[in-house]
Design a protein around this ligand. Structure first.
Ligand SMILES: Nc1nc2c(c(=O)[nH]1)N[C@H]1C(S)=C(S)[C@@H](COP(=O)(O)O)O[C@H]1N2
Ligand SMILES: [Mo]
Length: 347
């Protein structure tokens, strides 16, 4: 499996030597995460069979940076990342997320943090920068069975949550995107551009709005509080050494690398600590396809396709197909969050 997945990256004479280099470098740094990447890769079948070490990485955790993830999988070029994705406020087409490029960001952009916290607050981008800025290369896997490897820039969400101070009743964290129907045709359900927006994607789209389950704007997502406090979860403000581009969720988005990418909500405007499990955008609109947890799981198929493989976007003419890994390859860090939970029914 090890060889299969890393040599499946055709781009490159660079990939093997790069990987060896990274392994040497990371053995040197001796981070648990990095060291794991230099062992044989986890297999895709069998899921969480092996006993797992304690999961939350230490604050001093060494994450991969640069041109590859901890497995040696090389990063997706920025151009590809800007050309292909999902941004339903603007389009239902994967190929048209560039339409968000005209997005005029509210200035100053603020993220309102509130709900069940001791210290609610409104944070502008400078305030957020004070929580730190680091690069982390993560795999990013959409439920549509495509994936990228992205060098994000951001900070772990738990720093912000700890600063806000969740009260003892707080059980979930709810995230909300910007609501701006003047700029976002998908939100403007009575607007002149709505039918063009609706027909901007066919059957391979994330899912059609159903009569009984219309899209609920603004886009919202949520995590259990213990998930949200995991060190892997980022609030990202950049990628590839640049500020986030509008199409990828500028100015600030969530990144939850072990979950399907629809959990990684773009253009975050509000973060709220709550007691009850929040309704989330895709789980509400298409519950048969998009579960509330949305953990990447090769063993749980989507009604329309298997989830055991993925197309890895590297910007090549022929993109490689790779086996999908349990928890997107982050099982050793996150599986303990789900002990005792039936992952097939709680998809
Ligand atoms: N606000 C908002 N966030 C969103 C989405 C969206 O449509 N609106 N799409 C989600 C989905 S389905 C995916 S696959 C990723 C895509 O991120 P990317 O376009 O930067 O690759 O964003 C997620 N976050
Ligand atoms: Mo997605």
């Amino acid at each position: 499996m090890d060889g299969k997945r890393s040599t499946a990256i055709p781009g490159g004479p660079q990939s093997l030597s790069r990987r060896q280099f990274l392994c040497l470098a990371s053995t040197w740094l001796a981070g648990a995460f990095a060291a794991a990447g230099c062992r044989a890769r986890p297999t895709t079948s069998g899921g969480m069979a092996t006993p797992l070490p304690p999961a939350t990485p230490a604050p001093s955790q060494v994450y991969p940076t640069g041109q590859a993830d901890e497995f040696g999988d090389v990063v997706t070029p920025l151009e590809k990342m800007r050309q292909w994705g999902n941004y339903y406020e603007f389009t239902r087409s994967n190929q048209a997320i560039g339409e968000a490029a005209s997005f005029r960001m509210r200035s100053p952009w603020t993220v309102q943090v509130g709900g069940l916290v001791d210290s609610p607050g409104i944070f502008d981008l400078d305030d957020l920068r004070r929580f730190g800025e680091e690069e982390r290369v993560y795999r990013f896997r959409c439920m549509q069975a495509w994936s990228m490897v992205i060098p994000w820039k951001g900070f772990p969400l738990h720093r912000l949550l700890r600063a806000a101070g969740p009260t003892s009743e707080a059980r979930y964290v709810r995230f909300e995107s910007l609501y701006d129907p003047d700029q976002m045709p998908g939100q403007d359900v009575e607007g002149a551009n709505y039918s063009a927006w609706l027909s901007s994607a066919g059957g391979q789209a994330m899912g059609r709005p159903e009569k009984d389950n219309p899209y609920l704007w603004p886009y919202a997502e949520a995590l259990r509080l213990d998930e949200a406090l995991h060190d892997l979860v980022l609030l990202a403000t950049g990628a590839h050494g640049q500020p986030l581009h509008p199409e990828n969720g500028a100015p600030v988005r969530l990144v939850v690398p072990w979950k399907y990418a629809f959990k990684s909500i773009k253009a975050v405007a509000r973060i709220e600590l709550v007691a009850e499990r929040p309704v989330t955008f895709w789980n509400h609109a298409v519950p048969a396809e998009m579960g509330w947890y949305a953990n990447v799981n090769p063993d749980v198929a989507n009604p329309r396709w298997k989830q055991s493989r993925e197309m890895r976007f590297l910007g090549l003419e022929s993109e490689p197909i790779l086996p999908t890994l349990m928890f997107n390859g982050y099982a050793s860090q996150v599986a303990r969050l789900y002990e005792g939970l039936d992952l097939a029914s709680n998809f």
